[in-house]
Design a protein around this ligand. Structure first.
Ligand code: PLP
Length: 398
């Protein structure tokens, strides 16, 4: 993993932490650099925006919130912390939900469906929106993994769309998010609640900058290999260590951490990233992704931006070992989870089976073409699983 942020961005952000700046100006300039609409809020994170949405909606206790079966654990926790019930909607190998899984997951208690566009892909939402409309469900798009252009509104018919600029995201600002909210009354209620929240302190953002600057230093080719070697020799788990460092907020007291407005330096960094991000980086990532697809016989949709490159293999441990022996940092660990089932008929069998077989390849926009070619040479056609058919076969076997 490489942080998608430059040293100059970090240095400017450090300077913003110590130089005074009126907050109203920081808010206005950040908003203007996203887009000229007035239909969005800038929040501390996607999780903060999601919590804000649930605070504003005040759904009846015990209401069910459908979530794509693969998501980050905090999204599930936030639903539970509001006295609501998270229900998984099964996903396939590409992270997409299909109409039949969605229909199966809906009950008389369902009020909302949160669709995650995973791995850099974009789901076609037309059918989901139709079903949601029939059942009067709110549709929320979680675009945390799929940012592709500044000012994006995602699907015009969804109720809410959320974009993340957290540490490991495209055009990272080490935090911050945008939530586009279609209904003016809901947006107004969310905005009032947000303005009553405390503001993230400059010191806490400064410490965050320092933590990620250190991580950036350690994630260079040689330094990462050396750190992995040292951590492993000392009996530690390098992947677990990295995941704990990049995790945004501590699990204990999660809501207190989420319920803060972004600080002026964070708003300044968001503005800078949106104004000057080099979108050629995404194009480069797509070119590499398509090249790897062609080399190992994979396929992704035309709008995929290859934020990460997961492969689904029969023996993920063996593949990780093979990659590591060849000097590539492939990992099975991700910050995602399979949303637990609430009852038998709504078990996300496909997502659970898929997730056991995932390996994330090392992946970043300026990865040398030759390295991608070399990685392709390490994957044999017989290593790869082929998706739903195999999942169905596994289910039958079990
Ligand atoms: C699918 C998904 N949803 C939500 C989030 C949370 O985003 P944030 O860190 O901005 O809260 C992430 C972060 O990785 C994510 O991948």
């Amino acid at each position: 993993m490489r942080l998608d942020i430059g040293w100059l961005d970090l240095a400017t952000a450090f300077a913003c932490c110590v130089l005074p700046r009126r907050r109203t100006i920081a808010v206005r300039q950040a908003r203007q650099s996203w887009n000229s609409q007035d239909d969005f809020l800038v929040t501390l994170s996607v999780r903060s925006a999601f919590d804000l949405l649930l605070r504003a909606l005040q759904l009846p206790h015990g209401s069910e919130v459908l979530l794509s079966a693969l998501t980050v654990p905090d999204m599930v926790r936030i639903v539970q912390m509001h006295g609501l019930v998270p229900v998984p909607v099964d996903t396939d190998q590409t992270g997409q939900i299909d109409a039949s899984s969605l229909r199966r997951a809906i009950s008389s208690q369902t009020r909302m469906v949160v669709v995650a566009h995973l791995f850099g892909g974009w789901m076609c939402l037309d059918e989901v929106l139709e079903i949601a409309h029939d059942h009067e469900l709110l549709v929320v798009e979680d675009c945390a993994q799929s940012f592709r252009r500044v000012g994006d509104s995602a699907h015009s018919a969804s109720d809410v769309a959320m974009f993340s600029f957290g540490p490991i995201k495209t055009a990272s600002a080490l935090g911050g998010a945008v939530a586009r909210v279609r209904a003016p009354e809901l947006r107004e209620r969310m905005s009032e609640l947000l303005q009553s929240d405390p503001i993230q302190s400059r010191t806490s953002f400064l410490l965050r900058l320092a933590r990620f600057a250190a991580l950036k230093l350690l994630s260079g080719n040689r330094t990462a290999a050396l750190t992995r070697y040292c951590v492993t020799r000392l009996g530690g788990d390098f992947d677990a260590l990295v995941n704990s460092v990049v995790r945004g907020f501590p699990t204990s007291g999660l809501l207190v951490h989420l319920r803060r407005q972004p600080s002026s330096p964070l708003l300044g960094l968001l503005e800078r990233r949106w104004r000057s991000y080099e979108f050629g980086r995404i194009e480069n990532r797509i070119r590499l992704g398509k090249f790897l697809d062609s080399r190992i016989g994979q396929e992704h949709t035309a709008t995929h931006s290859y934020w990460v490159y997961p492969v689904f293999v029969h023996d993920p441990i063996a593949i990780c070992e093979r990659f590591q022996a060849a000097g590539f940092d492939a990992t099975r660990q991700a910050r995602m989870t399979v949303v637990p089932a609430v009852d038998d008929p709504r078990t996300p069998a496909s997502a659970a089976a898929v997730w056991k077989h995932v390996v994330f390849l090392p992946w970043y926009p300026d990865m040398p073409h030759g390295a991608v070619d070399e990685m392709a040479g390490l994957i044999r056609p017989s290593d790869l699983r082929t998706g739903r058919c195999e999942t169905a076969a596994e289910e039958t076997r079990n």
